[in-house]
Design a protein around this ligand. Sequence first.
Ligand code: NAI
Ligand code: MG
Length: 353
Amino acid sequence: MKKIKLSVVPGDGIGNEVMPHALDILDVVGEIHGGLDFEYEHFEYGCDYYLKHGKMMADDGMERLAESDSILLGAVGDASKVPDHISLWGLLLKIRQEFELGINVRPAKVFKGIDSPLSDPAHFDLVIVRENSEGEYSSVGGRMYRGDDEIAIQNNVFSKRATKQAMEYAFKLSAGRSHHVTSATKSNGIFHAMPFWDEVFSETSAQYEGITTSQQHIDALAASLVTHPQRYDTIVASNLFGDILTDIGAAIMGSIGIAPSANLNLNGKFPSMFEPVHGSAPDIAGQGVANPIGQIWTVKMLLDHHGEEEMGSVLLDTLESVAAERILTPDVGGNATTDEVAGEVIKRLKRKV
Ligand code: NAI
Ligand code: MG
């Protein structure tokens, strides 16, 4: 029996509503497989934890999370309790950075059964590889003076090691897809970091024969992702650019509520982390209408990561079959609840046991 030990962090808001379904689904996947078993350790880290303890996670939190094979996370943040930069840096970004989760992979495609807001969403199926450990999301900088003289300085950090790692990952990924990598740049406006980014990109592309490349400035690329998403296969982007592009990817699929992501550790020292792209959605939390597809598709990425691609495909096909029958939450035009959508997925999976 293959055992996969997961640290489970539902986090805040709708994270708590979608996570239980993801775990039920993993259990059923284990049954279908017959030789796969998931063991969960639950962590109540998040904004409520902060209100009780004055911190987002326990002092030994990172060591305990490190003991698992992977981390499954819901969403973090509740600005009514804790300022967003405190909650994000205290938990999510802390894990991404300390566990060296240098790559964030986020697919976007025409999802069967879900209407894209594009009037003609010519078939698109792309994946965005986002550098996940540095770039614009750096803690280097500071603030000084107050009032009208106040100054804020935020330094971008681009290391060759992390930049190249993200690019190499994109090229390898593209080799199993349509053999084209697009680099998101802004070397016309960002004087130091982006010409460096371009140089590393051309150096990396020279290592990968048979994969064509293009580069586009982030503003034009963002627009083009809306007008011609079918032109893209694999896009590699810095931390901030990737963050923005992946929300566009989610939007053109139909809802941020369906978009999944994988935060990957490539050196084997720490577990990888899987989380939907969406946040804790305070505006709909507690109403039972959160779309569970993002969290469930994230589970598919976790299965792929652990070498269970066949189970991953079964899960994605099942999700699309449920959506195709319009059993959908309100964010994608349906009137089903979170429980109804997830319940239908489980019902269909159980037929395969
Ligand atoms: P958000 O993703 O939570 O919500 C944006 C909009 O999308 C809202 O209207 C929300 O109702 C909707 N939405 C999101 N997920 C949905 C789902 N599964 N089903 C249906 N509708 C869904 O982003 P927002 O509002 O910017 O941030 C809210 C909080 O979440 C903040 O505290 C923020 O810091 C945090 N956040 C955390 C992230 C994470 O844990 N990875 C990512 C983004 C935001
Ligand atoms: Mg985001």
